[in-house]
Write a new protein. Sequence first.
Length: 89
Amino acid sequence: MQSAKEKENVEGRDWNVLNIVEVFVFTIVSFFANRIAVARDISIHIVWFFMMVFLCFFFVCFFRFVWFLFLVTFFPQGFFSTNLLVLLE
């Protein structure tokens, strides 16, 4: 049996920004996956799988690009070092 305190912690989850973004992305992906699956007459699981793979790939590339812009903008002397220039020659 759970105590009242543990039960309150489970039921009263803290909805931070990450939870809200997760639910938003899940809802949007579900909506479009369902529409694609119905229109193409294929399994929703196949569409869901490929959409998740695409989203993971997109977010990884996007955040790597943002990190690259951050490094180039705020630390250009560290990014464009002589070691990197030697490797590019």
